[in-house]
Design a protein around this ligand. Sequence first.
Ligand SMILES: Cc1cc2nc3c(=O)[nH]c(=O)nc-3n(C[C@H](O)[C@H](O)[C@H](O)COP(=O)(O)OP(=O)(O)OC[C@H]3O[C@@H](n4cnc5c(N)ncnc54)[C@H](O)[C@@H]3O)c2cc1C
Ligand code: SF4
Length: 619
Amino acid sequence: MTRYDVIVVGAGVAGSLVAHRLGKHGRRVLVLEAGAGDAGARDPAADPLAAFLRATARTPHPAAPWPVMTDLAGTDATPGYRAAGHLRQDGPLPYASGYVRANGGTGNVWTGLAPRMLPEDFDTETFGYGRRWPLTYDDLEPHYRAAEEHLGVAADVEEQRAHLGLRFPEGHVFPMRPLPAARLDRVFAERLDGRRVKDPVALGEVELKVVGTPHARNGVPDPRYDGGRGYVPRGRDGRPDPHSRCVGNASCIPHCPSYAKYTPLKTQGRWSASVALRDRCVVSRVLVDGAGRATGVEYRGYDGAVSVAHADVVVLAAHAVENARLLLLSGLAGRSGQVGRNLMDHPVLLTWGLLPEGERAGPYRGPGSVSGFEGFRAGPARRLRAPFRVEFGTWGWVWAKGPVDTDVWHLIAERGLSGAELRRTLGDRLQRQFTLQFEMEQGADPANRVTLHPTERDALGLPLPLVTYDLDEHVKEGMAAARAVSDQIFALLGAQDHTDYAPAAAWPGRFEHRGRTYGYRGAGHAAGTHVMGDSAAGSVVDSWQRCWDHPRSVRGRLRQHAVGGHLQPDADHGRPRAAQRRAHRGGTGLPRPPVVRRRPSPRTRRPFHGHGSVPRPSE
Ligand SMILES: Cc1cc2nc3c(=O)[nH]c(=O)nc-3n(C[C@H](O)[C@H](O)[C@H](O)COP(=O)(O)OP(=O)(O)OC[C@H]3O[C@@H](n4cnc5c(N)ncnc54)[C@H](O)[C@@H]3O)c2cc1C
Ligand code: SF4
């Protein structure tokens, strides 16, 4: 039997990046992936370009053929929901995000936004909630740059510096220039830049300013990049393609037909020959020797056959929920009692409406969101409420209400329109649609957790993951502030507010707070289930994402959200990419990565302060 240097479990963003780095350094790597490896197996019409061209209606979010991991529906009770599918739930509120079992993982269907975390995000304990990271923004900064090079990020350093306070080395530019503003961005900038809105929770005012979001999708290369050497975008399978550009087809979820959006398949296209992928292999146990060192894994084929593979190092990169499930199935890493705990997301409050008559939002062109308001992310207000980003939703009401068919149905069935009047009214309505997407930070709360279901099993006989999840007062106060901000923005725009969290069946994430009803969706940003920290007593992995209990052997997945997000102490707004960036950092570290600069003083850990579907159409 071949013995590998490293076994990587999961071929999503994190696993693909780690395998790439290791392969580049000549390591023999076996990547075991539970999903199907070839596009044709997961969808007969899966070539993205062919599928796009064949589609009757080329709208965003064509029916995604991905396995349903989260199957949520609301009930009449508030709160109230039903959870079936792979992810069972028993918490007061639903964990409303899905993930993908297919080669490339959730990165196949991600939106492709790649903002960095703010320096202050690494220490929310200062604001009285969450946990402090065992590393700082400055520790991660070079690795952000490396990840932005690999993923191909388009953004403006000066804008990020000026409006988010991010630090970059002097003279640095992103690989590509920022994407052009969407029409909605220009309307908002014209009407809202410089206007002030009140935050009734933090009792302050925030000045609005439209800021471009960094995108992991191809724009125009910046000739100043890399000391004037420039940047060559990567297209299909990660091959250099100087002409690859985002051309605005607006079907990024699940597929970018132009291969402009980054997916892990681009990284896999760059793997060296020493990396082998074995798909349809569901890892069911990590094997350890008597000293607690990982020696390999046990995995099952779809026919149930059990196999074993051996390696010196095992990297878990199976997603926040599945990594925790695997550690629990293996009975490993249990010393701190934190495995599976601290599950986080960015619960998203959606509001939606129509611009005034005669105005156009220009929806259904380009990525689902190009820009946003960043002024609610930082500062002392986060002591009182969760900080949030505001994304401008440029795909009409798709995420809030479903595909455009719902508008057609409304006009025909409820308003009795037909013929030319139907066409005119529909055109007018669609052109004026926009959405505001308020993405909340959620702090680490050990009560939000993944465990093994006591009785329910998957098709291979393995216990299903059981999620217990809730939103605490800090997040709910964030949503209250967000809704008040939304009300003021709608008033400033003279827009009609159509926000309505009914019918209840469409809003599993629905709750009352201070007499108002709120509905939220999941962002897909799972994080925290094998939390990173600076001691074995309170965390599962160290800042290099090495499992404390199984030194130099079992590695937690380098999260994103704990950027695969799994390890991240807080679901900040830098998105799961940060943990993956960290994975990127650690990938060369065999047998032992370089020493990370650490903060000098020992820390006292404060107790947690309790801060803590219908998912995106692709989920
Ligand atoms: C709709 C949507 C939009 C998003 N948009 C953004 C965005 O704009 N920006 C951002 O930063 N993040 C975004 N995210 C989140 C981001 O996509 C994820 O955080 C990231 O892809 C997670 O990567 P991962 O490698 O950790 O896990 P995954 O991508 O989920 O990969 C895990 C892999 O492991 C495999 N696996 C699981 N269990 C096993 C097992 N037992 N054995 C073997 N293999 C296994 C899975 O099949 C999968 O391929 C979005 C998520 C969703 C759902
Ligand atoms: S908007 Fe850009 S990134 Fe999205 S599908 Fe179209 S070309 Fe691809």
